[in-house]
Design a protein around this ligand. Structure first.
Ligand SMILES: Nc1ncnc2c1ncn2[C@@H]1O[C@H](COP(=O)(O)OP(=O)(O)OP(=O)(O)O)[C@@H](O)[C@H]1O
Ligand SMILES: [Mg+2]
Length: 354
């Protein structure tokens, strides 16, 4: 079980919403613009501290309101936590069990994955979408990752500032030792995680999808060089660009379909199916590696998919080890309309359906 109680106030079209979700399956139906995606987005925000849509906090605040608050009662590893986020006047406050908390604390307590309207960006979008996706899993499975990633970010920021200001080589290189040590650790965590994840993903792709796809991890600098060598070699380019060009901040996952980059190769519906498969495999993988109490948000799974692909997606979602929140225009669009709890949204208000 995961999210036991959820409240949202002033978030998008949700003026005041409160409900006690089912521990396994929640089906949320309602017409266009009723607030289904907004509800999933609010749950996502409580875990991730950001939206899955490309929106700043200002757009998330209900028109005419001063801010929004989200609150959840979460059962994690046998303990109940009370977590809240308040966003108002350009500031964000996180409270966990009565004390101030951080976004990383929230992510730890309530691990949320989403198959949201932007999920195709995992295939179509820039490397940052795939890095964020990869790092979510690495963060939950490799506990040393957050520390080395923060150290790396800090050294990278300082090094880039020195490059931008045209400081002498000695000032730029002063950050290299930390950048190399932390960056090498970041890569090791990602690689180990990715290799294990791939051994679960590959058979799923081969068995369940109607096309062959391969996913390869690129660490952000050439495989035949150490990070130290790569930094040395790209020094002139770093100077010209005013920022560090090599390192784990440039990592990516190359997703290919029939040996061609998937973004050029597959249709929008296929992108959705493939991206959803990556997410579902990751949810299963993380659950297999000790992360319990997962939440999976699935927004309008039927959209953009033909009957066969819809069947494939529903099959992949079957008995997923996570508390699911699934939206649809009509409950009949989903294969599980006789299971879990059913809710209806209309004008941002949620009601139970019997
Ligand atoms: N900041 C905001 N304040 C008030 N309303 C907003 C805000 N942001 C978005 N909305 C409105 O919220 C409504 C619900 O949007 P949402 O995307 O949640 O609908 P939906 O039920 O998912 O619809 P669809 O079936 O079309 O996907 C829309 O009418 C949208 O214009
Ligand atoms: Mg929607």
């Amino acid at each position: 079980m995961s999210l036991q109680q959820f409240k949202a106030r002033g978030f998008r079209c949700l003026e005041e919403l409160e409900f006690a979700p089912d521990p396994v399956l929640n089906l949320i139906s309602g017409p266009n613009a009723s607030g289904k995606t907004s509800l999933l987005e609010a749950i996502y925000y409580l875990s991730r501290g950001r939206s899955f849509r490309a929106s700043g906090n200002r757009e998330l605040i209900k028109a005419g309101a001063k801010g929004f608050t989200l609150f959840g009662e979460i059962l994690a590893a046998g303990e109940t936590h009370r977590a809240g986020i308040e966003v108002a006047a350009g500031e964000r406050h996180i409270r966990i069990n009565g004390s101030n908390g951080t976004a990383a604390d929230l992510a730890n307590i309530i691990p949320v994955q989403a198959i949201d309207p932007e999920v195709h960006n995992l295939i179509q979008g820039g490397p940052e979408f795939r890095r964020r996706f990869l790092d979510w899993g690495v963060f939950h499975v490799k506990h040393s990752f957050l520390g080395c990633w923060r150290r790396y970010q800090q050294a990278l920021r300082q090094r880039n500032a020195a490059l931008r200001m045209g400081q002498p080589d000695s000032s730029v290189q002063a950050w290299d030792a930390e950048l190399i040590a932390a960056g090498t650790e970041v890569d090791a965590c990602r690689r180990e995680y990715f290799d294990a994840y791939l051994s679960l993903l590959s058979p799923i792709v081969h068995e369940k999808l109607p096309f062959d796809s391969i996913c390869v991890y690129h660490r952000g600098w050439p495989e035949d060089q150490s990070l130290s060598e790569a930094l040395h070699q790209s020094r002139a380019r770093d100077r010209a660009m005013g920022s560090t060009q090599m390192g784990p901040h440039r990592a990516d996952l190359a997703v290919t379909v029939h040996d061609r980059r998937a973004r050029y190769r597959v249709s929008r519906g296929q992108q959705k199916l493939l991206a959803a498969t990556l997410v579902i495999a990751q949810t299963r993988f993380v659950a297999d590696h000790g992360v319990t109490d997962l939440v999976l948000l699935v927004d309008d799974p039927a959209a953009e998919l033909d009957r066969d692909n819809r069947g494939r997606l529903f099959d992949l979602l079957h008995s997923i080890p996570a508390q699911m929140f699934v939206t649809a225009l009509e409950p009949e669009d989903l294969p599980w309309s006789d299971q879990g709890l059913m809710f209806h949204v209309e004008h941002g208000k949620l009601s139970s359906r019997l």
